[in-house]
Design a binder for this molecule. Structure first.
Ligand SMILES: *Cc1c(COP(=O)(O)O)cnc(C)c1O
Length: 368
């Protein structure tokens, strides 16, 4: 037992999980034999495997998570200058592709203690130029995308889910990805599943899929529509095929690590961020929230004792604070307070029992 304010062992916990799979070499060799371009059979095989896993008809592998957002925008109708509603609590990676297409991001507040958009605030920010909504649930915790999708449909707006953090996150017995018109993912090395760089987009709508697919291959080179090359290469797809099989193992180990921590953390100043009813997290990170006081003090305490936090690393704050988005300024209180109250705690499979014990001791020693 450690007394409050005291953490005995000095330890630095690694926040990066090095993804490896015994089948990586097997599929890489297959890619070398069958072709490495973005239209090689290995890429189709990767897309099919994701599609089977999620039970969603159309999957399009792309070169990054930000490419996935840019490509998803091609699946909805808009003109330059139109508006896309986003939460200010997401990473700037979601917003830059919107701006790059000449669309205007419009910030909408999130619900209290959740990264999902707040329906009441949404009603305030919708305008005649709104063309779409992007929901960005963070660190594997589901949002009320089910309710948001109903609202979006009533408003005749498309809903895109940026699930870069929410691979295999669940809601109401389904994948969170099923509660939107289009879902996009990142497979960057730092994400739940990694192909080094990469991403994918999925939809059940064949028309949206055809439009998005054309956009990733120069508009099918027919000279009638704009497009770029956003295809994922064969080597990344090969690694993706191998690593899709490791997802269940990730879920299991991360759930076990979370349970270990939650059973031993007994500091009344902090709690896990509430999980929406019917939701199941993926264990990408454990979100801990201070129940009073400034959460950044908690982040600093953890950092000083070798427990890394994404919130420390990225200094997450409402995006309208950034110079690029200063003209989109709009105070979103829930988002501001949420980001200020939180820290991420790693749950990745490389954590040892000593690491977990050190996290427990460090969290329990926090005195505010
Ligand atoms: C990481 C991330 C992206 C960008 O993904 P890349 O693969 O790095 O381009 C987009 N949106 C969110 C929410 C992310 O976390």
């Amino acid at each position: 037992m450690s007394a409050p304010g005291v953490v005995s062992a000095r330890r630095q916990i690694d926040d990066a999980f090095r993804h490896r799979h015994p089948d990586d070499e097997l599929y890489l060799r297959r890619a070398l034999e069958t072709g490495l371009t973005g239209t090689a059979p290995i890429v189709e095989q990767y897309e099919r495997k994701i599609s089977e896993r999620y039970g969603i008809n159309h999957v399009l592998a792309v070169s990054s998570g930000s490419a996935a957002v840019a490509v998803a925008l091609e699946g909805i109708d808009w003109e330059v200058g139109d508006e896309i509603i986003v939460p200010p609590s997401c990473p700037i990676c979601t917003v830059l592709p919107i701006m790059a297409r000449g669309l205007k991001p419009v910030f909408c507040d999130v619900r209290p203690h959740n990264f999902g958009l707040d329906p009441e605030d949404l009603a305030r920010v919708v305008s005649p130029r709104t063309r779409g909504i992007i929901e960005v649930p963070m660190w594997g915790y589901p949002s009320r995308a089910d309710e948001l999708w109903s609202i979006a449909r009533a408003l005749e707006l498309s809903l895109i889910l940026d699930l870069a953090h929410c691979h295999v996150t669940r809601l109401n017995g389904k994948w969170l990805a099923e509660f939107g018109d289009i879902a996009c993912f990142s497979t960057h090395e730092g994400k739940f599943m990694s192909t080094g760089e990469g991403g994918f987009v999925m939809t059940n709508d064949a028309t949206r899929d055809a439009r998005m697919r054309a956009y990733t291959r120069f508009g099918n080179l027919d000279g009638k529509k704009v497009g770029l090359n956003y295809k994922l290469g064969g080597l990344q797809a090969a690694v993706g095929i191998a690593r899709l099989d490791a997802i269940d193992w990730h879920l299991e180990v991360r759930a076990r690590n979370r349970q270990y921590l939650l059973e031993r953390i007994n500091n009344p100043l902090v709690r896990e961020l509430p999980i929406v009813e019917g939701g199941v997290i993926n264990g990408y990170a454990l979100l801990m929230q201070v129940v009073r006081g400034d959460g950044r003090r908690f982040v600093e305490h953890l950092d000083a004792h070798g427990v890394p936090s994404d919130v420390k690393k990225y200094d997450n704050q409402p995006l309208y604070n950034y110079p690029l988005l200063a003209d989109r300024q709009r105070d979103c209180r829930n988002a501001r307070e949420l980001l200020r109250s939180l820290t991420t705690i790693p749950l990745h499979p490389q954590l040892s029992t000593e690491d977990l014990q050190h996290i427990v001791a460090t969290v329990n020693a926090y005195v505010g």
